[in-house]
Design a protein around this ligand. Structure first.
Ligand code: PHE
Length: 351
């Protein structure tokens, strides 16, 4: 027996449909809902089909209600669907955020290789009780030369090609760009009573053509130790210890006579080549000599002590000077000193 379609039945399909729709939360559930209510065999479709069995007057009334209901449910379905899509796409943003991915790298600057080398060298000497001090890059002839036992017109001045900053003034003083850090020996002794143990890093300038091993602007690190009873053995022991810390425990050192007007005796210090271990065969670092020179040094000349106000019959000391770029070149196998100051990031980022 056919049940005749009525208003209540359509209202109840609608109420039922709206309730189910509100709880549909995924594409699958939405699709099931659409099949159940609006599909070919859906509840409302079946209801509409049974309209034919109604009286014409009823049919019109119930029919328009059923069509209106179908339209309403369809509208609700569409808006529920777009609601769910919106939620899903906002879910995609957060669910696709991979917290395990490495972060975007910030490009931070870093210390220049020269700075790194200077700090490393200074900290080795600091470990041996030296203090770090700095001095002026624009110097007087007096400090750069005269107080270092290099009088005016002395031929030893040829060892330092000098950038003069100004003409000699009326009292015979002349300014220059310091050619080495040694003027700080005089400045420190003038302003400090012995004992003295200092290390002086700083920029120096020389008026000369640049090549793979020479720059007109470069760094030096000066060392000075003055006290009673300081001997050449202290110089050797200190510098040997330094070489082993910087270049490795097994380093051997060699001292040979050299001339600097402000030391007596003066030496140059070499270490056995760390690249070929002193074997000296086909080695570019030591030019197959087995040795690489790393600094000049010596016992502070009595005339230098005296001109700074120290009594050379009571005090003795040693001094040394080294070029951190050259040490860096040896340590890292850098073939051209000019690379340090070309500001090529590919080079700078290697350190
Ligand atoms: N100042 C010297 C130079 O520039 C190096 C040096 C320093 C040598 C101290 C001996 C002692 O060549």
């Amino acid at each position: 027996m056919e049940t005749s379609l009525n208003v209540d039945e359509i209202d109840s399909i609608k109420a039922h449909g709206l309730k189910d729709l509100a709880s549909a939360g995924s594409d699958k559930e939405l699709d099931d809902w659409r099949v159940k209510f609006l599909g070919r065999k859906g509840l409302l479709t079946i209801a509409l089909r049974s309209l034919v069995s109604l009286e014409p007057s009823e049919r019109q009334k119930i029919g328009s209600l059923a069509n209106k209901t179908k339209e309403d449910l369809l509208n609700e379905f569409q808006s529920r669907k777009s609601q769910i899509t919106a939620v899903q796409s906002s879910d995609i943003d957060s669910s696709h955020f991979d917290v395990t991915l490495p972060g975007t790298k910030l490009s931070l600057g870093k210390l220049h290789p020269t700075t790194q080398i200077i700090r490393e060298i200074c900290s080795i000497f600091e470990g041996m009780g030296f203090s770090v001090v700095e001095g002026p890059e624009i110097e007087w002839d007096e400090y750069n030369f005269q107080k270092l036992n290099i009088p005016k017109n002395h031929p030893a001045r040829d060892m330092w090609n000098t950038f003069w900053v100004a003409e000699e003034d009326s009292s015979g003083n002349q300014m220059l760009l310091r050619t080495h850090t040694s003027p700080m020996q005089a400045r420190i002794m003038e302003t400090n009573a012995p004992p003295v143990r200092v290390i002086v890093p700083g920029k120096c300038y020389r008026y000369e053509a640049t090549d793979a091993t020479h720059e007109s602007q470069f760094y030096q690190i000066e060392g000075l130790a003055v006290d009673k009873n300081i001997t050449f053995a202290n110089l050797k022991g200190t510098l040997y210890q330094f070489a082993r810390q910087l270049f490795g425990e097994n380093r051997r050192v060699r001292f040979r006579c050299d001339y600097f007007p402000f030391v007596e005796p003066g030496v140059d210090m070499s270490i056995d080549c760390f690249a070929c271990q002193g074997k000296a065969v086909g080695c570019r670092i030591c030019a197959s000599t087995g040795w690489v020179e790393i600094m000049g040094a010596g016992m502070v000349h009595p005339a230098v002590l005296e001109s700074a106000g120290y009594d050379p019959s009571v005090y003795t000391g040693f001094a040394f000077g080294l070029g951190p770029e050259r040490i860096g070149m040896l340590k890292y196998g850098i073939e051209d000193i000019r690379m340090f100051y070309e500001n090529d990031c590919r080079f700078l980022e290697m350190f």
